[in-house]
Design a binder for this molecule. Structure first.
Ligand SMILES: Cc1cc2nc3c(=O)[nH]c(=O)nc-3n(C[C@H](O)[C@H](O)[C@H](O)COP(=O)(O)O)c2cc1C
Length: 181
């Protein structure tokens, strides 16, 4: 696929001793949760703390805005995010991520200080709606100025039934692509 816009891709500097990783997960059947946890485990040694949060109806855009550092230095202090989502309905985010997605329109905020990795999960047998959920999230984040770090983890359930293994491999490459300070 690889049709994610490179336009808002940022080069991140390797995390400092104070950087936290927060992984936000949209999932219905826990495939995305298991992939997110595998990525978080792989990345944990690079961060001060690593948290995996299964999104729910109480989570809006504030989950990003409340924890970030001053503009210009988020990748070397405070929090870096990974947004990990599967696709449900017809190219939509899972139900547990609906409130999070809707909040981008309800409570718009400038997210220029937010840096995130993207884990995009779907099933290509669904055709045009393939991985539509994470694409919606990526577009909203880009609209508000957030910067995506590195390559996108793309998981097609029709091609691979071991998402955690693929996520571990992606996470290793993802962190290796960060620039040295
Ligand atoms: C009811 C249902 C609808 C789905 N719709 C789509 C879809 O529109 N596009 C897509 O790429 N994948 C779709 N999928 C596939 C899931 O995104 C994929 O199996 C994913 O790995 C599920 O992850 P999860 O268990 O974390 O939700 C759908 C799956 C189900 C069960």
């Amino acid at each position: 696929m690889s049709n994610y816009s490179p336009a808002h891709t940022a080069t991140a500097t390797l995390p400092s001793a104070t950087t936290t990783l927060h992984v936000l997960v949209g999932t219905t059947g826990d495939n995305a949760l298991h992939a997110a946890q595998a990525a978080a485990d792989t990345l944990a040694s690079h961060f001060k703390d690593t948290t995996v949060t299964r999104l729910d109806s109480s989570h809006g855009i504030a989950v990003l805005a409340s924890e970030t550092a001053a503009p210009g230095a988020p990748q070397t202090s405070d929090t870096v995010y990974i947004v990990c989502s599967s696709t449900h309905g017809a190219g939509d985010v899972p139900e547990n991520a609906q409130a999070f997605l809707a909040s981008f329109d309800l409570e718009p905020a400038y997210l220029g200080h937010v840096y995130y990795g993207l884990m995009a999960m779907g099933d290509s047998t669904y055709g045009d709606t393939y991985a539509g959920g994470p694409k919606l999230l990526d577009a909203k984040l880009a609209d508000l100025g957030a910067k995506r770090i590195g390559t996108v983890f793309e998981h097609d359930a029709s091609e691979d039934d071991d998402a955690p293994a693929a996520a571990r491999a992606w996470a290793t490459d993802w962190i290796a692509s960060w620039a040295k300070p």
